[in-house]
Design a protein around this ligand. Structure first.
Ligand code: SAH
Ligand code: F3S
Length: 437
């Protein structure tokens, strides 16, 4: 009988895409997919290392998963935490048999074989050529898909572990990306999200991100094109022009700012000032009318003063974000910021986070209340968690609940926004499903 593999995924969209890749690698080796750990011979946890609490959650989860381990079964840690801790993880967590980093998924079958034979195994080698180009990811069929176009990161934001867990930046060839998107579109996917750590810095040696947007955006059947995450100063005029002239590119950008203080940005080694960041936003707003912005913000970076934190609060108002993910700084061993002095006390950082969340929420609520009554094109994605409504998304990235049957997934409707919780919307269909372009 085929071995069954269960994979649990934490962290960013790139991990979601990597899990699909691992199902591809293992499917090719004859594994069947298990949706329940109790039914699996092999359990893998695809991990995030960006903040300590993400890692603590995984350690706790390993304790629970261990109970499902079959005789001869394998419990493995893969992804960024596996890469960060390497073979040391085998010593630290005795129940773990296997540790595999993001560049070693090609060998998963052999590595699992070793672990199943009783040899606890780690592979955290970097392979800077690795794109898994020959491995078709196994995705849930649906209207939306993530497509990795760039792996690794060459920036060195001082707080960030990613360059150390995902290695050097490399871009896939444009033709390969386009071929993958064509196959997706042929299967009924109409919205594609391109993934990379500094995705707008994409360059395959011949083509830049502007070329990529134009090429992917003109694939038959691709009606919506998104990307995450861009680096603020990598929005060249060429890229903004390609966004403006490619109808599929959605009017939403996730634009991580991290801080509103120039002094903090400098210590973070972000390559822009507050003024430059706001200028990039202005250029995007001018080029793409109606564009919305979400962001990432860190509070409590080493030596952040009250006054510097206030500058972040004032940026939230000035930038007028439509959404924001807010984090308390988490020390990552081995990153440059870990060696900085004057770490902010935990209670001070927590108080700042609370105030920031309040400020973001108030701004988002005000903007969303003003959206009620507007009519938007909504792509119906999937059933909502509660009730029998369907969850969809506007081009500007607002979530909308619609009263439609489950079979409506993948359809485009025009819908009026009828109410908001402050963050998500209810809507009413005002026009029947629109034919795909
Ligand atoms: N280039 C990627 C960054 C990945 S990390 C991207 O833009 O998506 C995602 C976010 O986690 C970062 O933008 C940052 O806000 C946050 N983050 C990264 N390292 C962190 C740390 N040490 N402590 C707290 N938050 C962190
Ligand atoms: Fe991290 Fe900065 Fe790269 S946040 S992923 S080092 S752009």
């Amino acid at each position: 009988m085929a071995k069954r593999v269960y994979i649990e995924t934490y962290g960013c969209q790139m991990n979601v895409a990597d899990t699909e890749l691992m199902f591809g690698v293992l499917g090719r080796a004859g594994y069947a997919r298990a949706d329940d750990p109790a039914e699996a011979d092999v359990m893998l946890v695809n991990t995030c290392a960006v903040r300590d609490n993400a890692e603590q959650r995984v350690i706790g989860r390993m304790g629970e998963l261990q109970r499902y381990k079959q005789p001869g079964g394998v419990l493995g840690v893969v992804g960024c935490m596996a890469q960060r801790l390497g073979p040391a993880l085998l010593e630290r967590v005795p129940r773990v048999d296997l540790v595999v980093g993001p560049d070693a998924y090609r060998n998963l079958d052999q590595l699992i074989g070793l672990a199943a034979g009783g040899q606890r195994t780690a592979d955290t080698g970097f392979r800077e050529w690795e794109h898994y180009e020959d491995v078709p990811p196994v995705r849930e069929k649906g209207p939306t898909a993530f497509v990795t176009v760039q792996r690794g990161c060459d920036y060195r934001c001082t707080f960030c572990i990613v360059p150390y867990t995902r290695g050097a930046e490399r871009s896939r060839r444009l033709e390969d990306v386009v071929r993958e998107v064509q196959a997706l579109a042929a299967e009924g996917t109409s919205e594609v999200t391109l993934l990379g750590q500094t995705v707008n810095g994409y360059h395959d040696g011949r083509h830049d991100f502007a070329d990529l947007l134009r090429s992917v955006g003109s694939v038959d059947g691709v009606r919506r094109l998104r990307f995450t995450s861009p680096y603020p100063t990598d929005f060249t005029p060429r890229v903004i022009e390609a966004m403006a002239l490619t109808p599929a590119v959605c009017e939403h950008v996730h634009l991580p700012v991290q801080s509103g203080s120039d002094a903090v940005l400098r210590r973070m080694l972000r390559r822009y000032t507050r003024a430059r960041y706001l200028e990039v936003m202005e250029q995007l707003r001018a080029g793409i009318p109606g564009i919305t912005f979400s962001t990432d913000i860190i509070v409590g970076f080493p030596a952040e003063t009250d006054a510097q934190f206030e500058e972040t609060l004032s940026l939230v108002a000035e930038a007028d974000f439509d959404d924001a993910y807010t984090f308390k700084y988490s020390v990552r061993e081995g990153t440059p910021a870990a060696r900085l002095r004057d770490h902010v006390p935990a209670d001070v950082a927590s108080a700042r986070l609370d105030r920031l969340i309040e400020a973001v929420r108030a701004n988002v609520r005000r903007k969303n209340v003003a959206r009620v009554g507007q009519v938007h094109e909504v792509l119906v994605e999937r059933p909502a968690r509660r009730g029998d409504l369907m969850l969809g998304r506007t081009r500007t990235n607002q979530l909308v609940l619609l009263d439609l049957p489950a079979g409506a997934a993948g359809e485009y409707h025009r819908a009026r926004l009828t109410g908001t919780t402050g963050s998500t919307f209810t809507g009413a269909v005002v026009a029947p499903a629109l034919a795909v372009l």
